[in-house]
Design a protein around this ligand. Sequence first.
Ligand SMILES: C[S@@+](CC[C@H](N)C(=O)[O-])C[C@H]1O[C@@H](n2cnc3c(N)ncnc32)[C@H](O)[C@@H]1O
Length: 197
Amino acid sequence: MKVMPTNRTVTEAKWDAIYQKKDFSWVADFLLENSFLLPRQGKALDLASGLGENALFLAGQGLESHAWDISSMALTRLKKKAAQKNLVIAVKHTDIVAAKLPKNEFDVIVVCRFLDRSLSHAIIDCLKPDGLLFYKTYVKEKIAVDGPGNPDFLLDRNELLNIFNPLTVVAYRENSRLGDLTCGDRNEAYFIGQKRH
Ligand SMILES: C[S@@+](CC[C@H](N)C(=O)[O-])C[C@H]1O[C@@H](n2cnc3c(N)ncnc32)[C@H](O)[C@@H]1O
């Protein structure tokens, strides 16, 4: 009998193949620029972490850092890098769309270059009161070829503000196509919000 691969298996195989070859990864610029907003202690989650540079950065900031992703390849590489840097990252190999995110668990959640609109409420619930969400991903108006081609995975104008509107806005950036297109990030928007109680 032929066994059909599940969505999870297909997604994992796709990302494992990418991470087998990918030899670069860096901390998200908006996280670095806004790192002064981070709490001194607490639990941080890099959701859909990939190679987990953001998780490594958060661990380096003294936070208890967690990284969740569907790619076992990415997480294996992340664990190795964390050990080399003497940092501790709690990795979780999971399908974050199918799994139930825990409630009131993290002081900081970072999501970069991943978009599944069905998760927005679960992400908010997953933050502790006063917790901070850092979210950055590609927009439909992007001018570079990088990032997804499928518009389902691209943001509309102001979309992060809309889907995370229960959170209090701390920062939002979307340069759109205003002014000199050779300057500024035209490909992604970012949102930083706080869960106020
Ligand atoms: C474009 S990469 C971004 C990785 C990382 N956040 C970054 O900015 O470098 C998207 C990530 O989402 C992960 N991903 C895709 N679907 C997922 C799912 N259902 N559950 C968990 N992770 C998933 C992929 O394995 C991949 O690491």
